[in-house]
Design a protein around this ligand. Sequence first.
Ligand code: TMP
Length: 297
Amino acid sequence: NIEKMDIVKIMFEELRNQKHVHIRDWDFVKSTIENMVKDGPDKLQVVADFDRTLTKYMNNGTICATCHKVLEEGDHLPEFFRTKTKELRDTYFPLEMNPDLPVSEKIPLMIEWWTKAHELLVHCGLTKQSIRKMVETSSVMLRDGTVWLFDHLHANDIPTLIFSAGIGDVLEEVIRFKATHHSNMKVVSNYMAFDECDRMVGFQGEMIHVYNKNENAVHESNYFTSLENRSNILLLGDGIGDLHMADGATNVKNKLTIGFLNVKIEESLELYMSKYDIVICSDETMDVQKASYYHGL
Ligand code: TMP
């Protein structure tokens, strides 16, 4: 245990030395990490967003695909779909990321975006089988270190909820193609509905957008109640709405939230620092730019 705490100390000092890591309350973060390490893997659960949290925002200066964007790349789907969805993204993504727009005003706009994008998809003749091809040829990339993180969470049997406003069918294919879909992972997302010929005909259940992650059925299901003994939560997100992904959890003793701030960094930093315990800016890794503890210890 002493050895573990020494590692925590070194990791913590490394964090302090990173200019792109911002922490509002260093003492809180330090004691929370220490508590979590002391309690060990049996008490831990992880809740993570997918797009731009487990995946990269940029790679070598190029923006990488989100789950939705995977379907727009290449020429798998008709031209009108690409044109129209790009128009939608150019309109709504800046609104999603605008720190000056209150969440209450963003919600109807996000519902509009998701509704229009999902309706368009129904007219594209998409099949279940074609999703894999689209993922294989797309620019979607897992953050450096995500495979390592997934494998460690699995090896330590730590329940991991991936809660995404993206598209579950695409997300699962990305995980299978780029990593391993381990048994400790549960995905809650928008899943497509297919007809008997495997043609996409719509979406199943309630729509999940970036600002209703507090309302989804997972909070009423027995997911979190079955994990009541897992009183330590590590939450990873990139949006303000992601902070609600673990709202259904009960008996929480320690919760550490890590926010990846990828766009409008200067304008959003204050807001993110007031909401997330740790804010990591423009970093496409899971190990804070490959801090040396990852390699050395
Ligand atoms: P997340 O909950 O996994 O972060 O996924 C939501 C992201 O998906 C959000 O940042 C906006 C993005 N998105 C698109 O790129 N295209 C679309 O058509 C829609 C509806 C969302």
